[in-house]
Design a binder for this molecule. Structure first.
Ligand code: FES
Length: 160
């Protein structure tokens, strides 16, 4: 198969959008929805593949994917850390959690770690205020309230 993420079933759906709309650019958003539904995330490589398939510049597709919050994508890193910064998490000192995570991963907000393993993003409430400061690694939810550095290290080590 030519693509890793654009599997045949996805390509069929993308084709149906291409047939439906007069301009191929109009197929971008529904295609991103399909990718999100299938993978529960938008892997960066899927953007490259979509760009290749639609023959639309990657920068254009990236622009759309990063404009809409719902299309957050991993920016090419293997793991995506999302730390909540809304009020309850703010009061629970998400900043100190963020500082520790930055130090341990070498990544920064909006920037991959040099080894390409981590990408950090600050997000709005993830519906887990009871365990503030809450954070997600990929789709796994963590309680940051009582984590010491050793425990945090152990969690991070699970993600290669
Ligand atoms: S405010 Fe952080 S999870 Fe709700």
């Amino acid at each position: 198969m030519k693509y890793e993420y654009l599997t045949n079933d996805l390509i069929e759906k993308i084709d149906s959008y291409l047939n439906k709309f007069p301009y191929k650019e109009q197929a971008i958003i529904p295609s991103l929805h399909e990718i999100l539904e299938k993978y529960r995330d938008i892997p960066y490589k899927s953007l490259e593949e979509l760009s290749d398939y639609l023959q639309i510049p990657l920068s254009h597709i990236e622009g759309i994917a990063s404009f809409y919050d719902m299309f957050r994508y991993k920016k090419n890193a293997r793991h995506h850390i999302r730390i909540c910064r809304n009020l309850p998490c703010h009061l629970a000192n998400y900043q100190s959690l963020l500082d520790k995570i930055k130090e341990l991963t070498g990544a920064d907000i909006g920037k991959n770690s040099p080894d390409g393993r981590w990408y950090i993003e600050l997000v709005e409430c993830i519906g887990s205020c009871a365990i503030a400061p809450a954070f997600l690694i990929d789709n796994d939810l963590y309680d940051g309230s009582s984590l010491d550095e050793e425990e945090l290290k152990k969690i991070l080590e699970k993600y290669k």
